[in-house]
Design a protein around this ligand. Structure first.
Ligand code: IFM
Length: 466
């Protein structure tokens, strides 16, 4: 790779999510979320880990913001815990919860760091799940109410409001394969969840537009680069089907104002999509200032003939239920290594490919990389440091892929590394470490890994080495 420079206006940031770092699960009036319930259910997470304490960010946030400032980052992407600010998910807001985020936002602004707030990073109030969860339309309406409360309280101080993080995971992993909270395995419910998440995005986006027209609006999608095992018609069709479920189920209504016809046809045996009401798609297509893109690895598929052994290497954990509802005749193939500790393949060119595709499909839509990073089995060496060379190599190559896309005219405005800190990696608990800063979960000490020092230099110089 040749050396590359990023302009001064390029945003260098880091990202986290509330349930993954905050802890303080029962403090100051916080309610329960589906992830509290799920992680406390035996057998759901590795080692039975929960987010009860996590990285104790609820108490250590000033120190964590100092780390962000020390890294020289100009933006911080965090999420607001719905059950902390509106326990129960409707009606009364919790002043202590709102205060926490007000202090966090003020703390960022005092340090010259741009606050980028995600409204929903998977922690649905348990009461709303008990009332039906995302497959129920009312949850989207409750989300609109929640959005009004937080935007009303914090709106003018937050630079960018991101409605949802990775609705793909909320819908398909939460209600399809069940490897995420609430752990349901109901294909039709997963597709209803897709729609109500999209609707929630549109409703909350309109709240932002009305209450704080000066704020930027975005949504974060984990878009998939799907490749076929061969150029056969059957394999090409497998790619099309997964692309519809993974990407166009969200991009379609959000950016084109309509669900793709092939998605509706492919899933007709699962649902008739009658939960999409007239006018919904128009509501969902609220114009975005930036589209947030999360990228980690790529996907290889083939048509399954119904007889041969399946690989099912879809990289989303052990479940007998597929997240790919309605695409049972598609097989997911293992990819060549190397892999991260998540077992995900490392494929930087696919990242460039994804960004070029977005420019092609949505010319004029600015993009922001809202997550990219890697888990590796870090160790603290005898010299007291974490020499995470593989993470540096991963970051260097993926940021290089962003540079390649920019060089070809893609309007990528910034990059947020996942993650600032080691944290609760959902079903994998604390076993997988994504942070550029190590967290010692016994002492809660923070330690900059070599990747943090490397990222600090990059943010300072805008010059990609290697
Ligand atoms: O930790 C998650 C994050 O919450 C959402 N995007 C992917 C990350 C790594 O799995």
């Amino acid at each position: 790779m040749t050396a590359r420079n990023f302009p001064e206006s390029f945003v260098w940031g880091s990202a986290t999510a509330a349930y993954q770092i905050e802890g303080a699960a029962t403090e100051d009036g916080r309610g329960r979320s589906i992830w509290d319930t799920y992680s406390h259910t035996p057998g759901r997470t590795l080692n039975g880990d929960t987010g009860d304490v996590a990285a104790d960010h609820y108490h250590r946030w000033p120190q964590d913001l100092d780390h962000i400032a020390g890294l020289g980052l100009s933006a911080y992407r965090f999420s607001i815990s719905w059950p902390r600010v509106q326990p129960g998910g409707s009606g009364r807001f919790n002043p202590a919860g709102l205060d926490f985020y007000a202090r966090l936002v003020d703390g960022l602004l005092e340090r010259g760091i741009r606050p980028v707030a995600t409204m929903y990073h998977w922690d649905l109030p348990q009461e709303l799940e008990d009332a039906g969860g995302w497959p129920a339309r009312d949850t989207a309406l409750r989300f609109e109410e929640y959005a009004s409360g937080i935007v009303g309280a914090l709106g003018d101080r937050v630079h960018t409001w991101t409605t949802l993080n990775e609705p793909w995971c909320s819908a398909y992993l939460g209600y399809g394969s069940g490897v995420h909270a609430p752990g349901r395995t109901e294909p039709a419910a997963a597709l209803a969840a897709v729609h109500h998440l999209n609707l929630a995005h549109g409703l909350a986006g309109r709240v932002v537009r009305e209450l704080v027209p000066s704020a930027e609006l975005s949504v974060t999608l984990n878009l998939h680069v799907v490749r076929g095992a061969s150029g056969s018609d059957a394999d090409r069709d497998a790619v099309r089907r997964i692309d519809a479920l993974a990407n166009r189920a969200f991009l379609g209504p959000m950016l084109d104002g309509a669900y793709p016809a092939d998605l509706l046809a492919d899933t007709a045996a699962v649902t008739d999509w009658s939960f999409v009401r007239s006018g919904d798609e128009k509501l969902i297509a609220v114009p975005l200032d930036v589209l947030g893109v999360n990228y980690y690895s790529s996907t290889l598929v083939r048509a399954w003939d119904g007889h041969s052994a399946r690989s099912d290497a879809d990289g989303h954990g052990a479940s007998t239920h597929s997240p790919w509802v309605g695409a049972e005749d598609v097989d997911f193939l293992p990819q060549p290594g190397p892999y991260t500790a998540m077992g995900w393949n490392i494929d930087p060119p696919a990242f460039t490919e994804l960004l070029l595709r977005l420019r092609h499909d949505y010319p004029g839509q600015p993009l922001m990389i809202t997550e990219n990073g890697a888990a590796f089995d870090d160790v603290v060496a005898a010299d007291g440091r974490v020499h995470d060379d593989r993470r540096i190599d991963y970051l260097r190559r993926h940021i290089g892929a962003v540079a390649d896309a920019r060089a070809q005219g893609v309007d990528v405005r910034g990059y947020f590394v996942w993650s600032l800190l080691d944290n609760f990696e959902w079903g994998y608990g604390y076993d997988r470490r994504f942070g550029i800063i190590r967290v010692d979960y016994d002492t809660q000490e923070r330690l900059w890994k070599d990747s943090a020092h490397w990222y600090h230099r990059l943010a300072h110089t805008g010059h990609l080495d290697g």
